[in-house]
Design a protein around this ligand. Structure first.
Ligand SMILES: [Zn+2]
Ligand SMILES: [Zn+2]
Length: 277
């Protein structure tokens, strides 16, 4: 377990990150799409409510149905108290499933702690399960230099990444145990081999790190294990025509119209052009 000093330093870094990001990369989004600074759900339909959990560096989401709650991603280590506090504030003690969009520590870091506290099962695509079980984060090629890149190596020794076994291995297709929701896994490899979106009611997509809304909405341009697959996965997601997408990073959601016209960027664009040549 982390010592109090280590945990304090780590939490401080995590809390500072969104403030510095907001200062360095001002939001350019419609306030109606904001994921932060909202008390209520960011989406409510007759079948479900979605709550955004900005967890410092990355976002997680709670998807409530009448039959239970699904957590999409679980943030860095030591985010479990934020997740559990939100569940308590919603009066829900029936978290059933934790869907991890991909095996990077900023998405599965607190999953094991949340599982211990709630009994919820952890699900990840089978292609990313071994990395998560080993507590690994494979970043692939690094192309961009945001402020986290120079500071993260300084903070990494403070991190204790818990190796996290999945209870459920996911494949493309219907999500098992979807609590009465029409929920599908859409395999979107590239950022990692097992990157996935969770598509709910055919309209709402939780897209992990394929697209970020830090600054202007943009396709992944920093980390990938296969840039050609990133380009293909953007096309695949567009083909699903989600009305609204919820990213793993960034202060805002993404409309279907923005997704439809989003240009490929940087290494993904170069890889797509090479593919066509
Ligand atoms: Zn990632
Ligand atoms: Zn991420």
């Amino acid at each position: 377990m982390d010592t109090p000093g280590r945990a304090w330093l780590w939490r401080s870094w995590r809390m500072m990150t969104p403030t510095i990001t907001r200062w360095a990369v001002p939001s350019v989004h419609d306030p109606a799409l904001a994921l932060t600074g909202r008390d209520g759900p960011v989406l409510a339909t007759p079948n479900l409510r979605v709550h955004a959990l900005p967890l410092g560096v990355s976002n997680a989401y709670l998807v409530e149905s009448a039959q239970g709650v699904i957590l999409v991603d679980a943030g860095l280590p030591l985010c479990e108290e934020i997740i559990l506090a939100r569940l308590a504030a919603l009066g829900r003690n029936d978290l059933q499933l934790i869907v991890i969009t991909h095996a990077h520590v900023d998405h599965y870091g607190s999953a094991a702690a949340v599982r211990r506290a709630t009994g919820a099962a952890i699900a990840v695509h089978h292609a990313d399960a071994a990395d998560m079980a080993a507590g690994r984060t494979r970043l692939g090629s690094i192309r961009a230099w945001g402020w986290t890149q120079p500071t993260l190596p300084l903070m990494e020794p403070l991190l204790r990444v818990e190796p996290t076994d999945a209870d459920l291995l996911l494949n493309e297709g219907p999500l098992p145990g979807a609590l009465g929701l029409d929920a599908r896994i859409v395999h979107l490899p590239g950022h990692t081999p097992g990157s996935c979106a969770l598509l709910v009611e055919g309209q709402y997509a939780f897209i992990g790190d394929l697209i970020s809304t830090n600054g202007a909405a943009h396709v992944q341009r920093s980390y990938a294990q296969d840039w050609r697959q990133v380009a293909a996965s953007v096309e695949k997601l567009r083909g699903c025509r989600p009305a609204q997408s919820f990213p793993g990073h960034g202060p805002a959601g993404l409309t279907g119209a923005t997704l439809a016209k989003l240009a490929l960027d940087g290494p993904a664009r170069r890889a797509a052009c090479q593919n066509m040549a």
